[in-house]
Design a binder for this molecule. Structure first.
Ligand code: ACO
Length: 285
């Protein structure tokens, strides 16, 4: 066995490899291995799963923003701690690590019950694409550097990287960057649809918080259903999607504790106090 423990039982819940701070409704989640450019180690895997448990359960957290400490967003999987050392573990231990990594990076991130934003503050490589793409929205600093660098060290973009890339980038761009491993900047990432916006570094935090604030104005039950529905319908045919969406719509309204659609309709049709085309209904009523 190796020097890196394969079991989570001795790991801190979080606060060492990944940090959580909840301020004004925003759960700030920071990958915290700046010396290793926030490369994903088993420690990050266990702590991110624990953080997501907390953010999901904590009512003070309305939106989750994921970013990196120091100059990196995330330099992908840790070649030593995630690959070389676990390769010496018993297969069942290694598979547990891989499974836990899939959980936080995409299985759970994609369907996370609260809105998620990736704030790409610097280096973003390989495995980092998985959770960055699985977040609902992504912003990058103009000078952040992205890369599908797997080819440069002799592997294919595995895990779920190639699939993730193919969902947000077109075939020409996907294959070009998968096959050349060329780095590209935040502006190019935005042009290709890999992130929503690329902004000057000094504006990154403020612009990200403005989007979080906008999401916090919306009905959280409907937000939760809307993102789940988006992901589910992508693999359905039109008829099935129509049936599913109408059922999901009815389920969402039935389960909405704030009766949002009734408020929205009444504020528009009866009170004439807002226009749904231009903004959200008042939630405090
Ligand atoms: N895995 C393991 N260690 C890493 C990783 C990584 N992915 N990325 C950085 N580190 C470590 C370095 O080994 C170094 O450790 P040391 O101080 O003990 O020597 C430390 O982080 C700093 O790295 P430098 O290369 O010195 O930092 P620099 O700022 O010059 O470069 C860069 C940053 C470009 C991110 C570079 O570290 C790099 O190319 N990293 C690998 C990126 C990559 O290909 N990731 C894997 C993608 S494939 C996948 O995720 C499946």
């Amino acid at each position: 066995m190796s020097s890196v423990d394969s079991t989570p039982k001795d790991a801190p819940a979080w606060g060492e490899n990944a940090l959580l701070e909840i301020v004004d409704g925003i759960a700030w989640v920071t990958l915290n291995r700046p010396d290793k450019r926030n490369a994903i180690s088993p420690g990050i895997v266990w702590e991110m799963n624990a953080i997501m448990d907390e953010v999901e359960a904590n009512d003070a957290a309305k939106v989750m923003i994921v970013t990196g400490a120091g100059e990196a967003f995330c330099a992908g999987q840790d070649l030593k701690e995630y690959f070389r050392i676990p390769d010496t573990w018993p297969a069942i231990e290694r598979e547990r690590l891989y499974r836990a990594n899939s959980q936080w990076q995409w299985r759970r991130m994609m369907y996370f019950p609260k809105p998620t934003i990736a704030m790409v503050n610097g280096w973003c490589f390989g495995g980092a694409f998985q959770f960055m793409i699985a977040c609902d929205i992504a912003l990058a600093a103009d000078d952040a550097t992205f890369g599908l660098s797997e080819i440069n060290w002799g592997i294919i973009p595995a895990g779920i990287v190639t699939k993730s890339v193919s969902m947000v980038m077109n075939q020409r761009d996907s294959l070009y960057y998968i096959m050349t491993g060329d780095p590209f900047d935040g502006a190019k990432a935005a042009e290709m649809g890999l992130v929503n916006f690329s902004v000057p570094r000094e504006e990154l935090r403020e612009r990200t918080m403005a989007i979080a604030a906008k999401l916090m104005e919306k009905n959280p039950t409907v937000l939760r259903s809307a993102k789940a529905a988006y992901h589910h319908v992508r693999s359905m045919n039109w008829d099935t999607a129509n049936e599913y969406l109408m059922a999901k719509h009815a389920q969402t309204n039935a389960n909405d504790p704030e009766r949002g659609s009734q408020k929205g309709m009444s504020q528009f049709l009866d009170e004439k106090s807002y226009r749904p085309g231009l903004g959200a209904y008042r939630r405090e009523d």
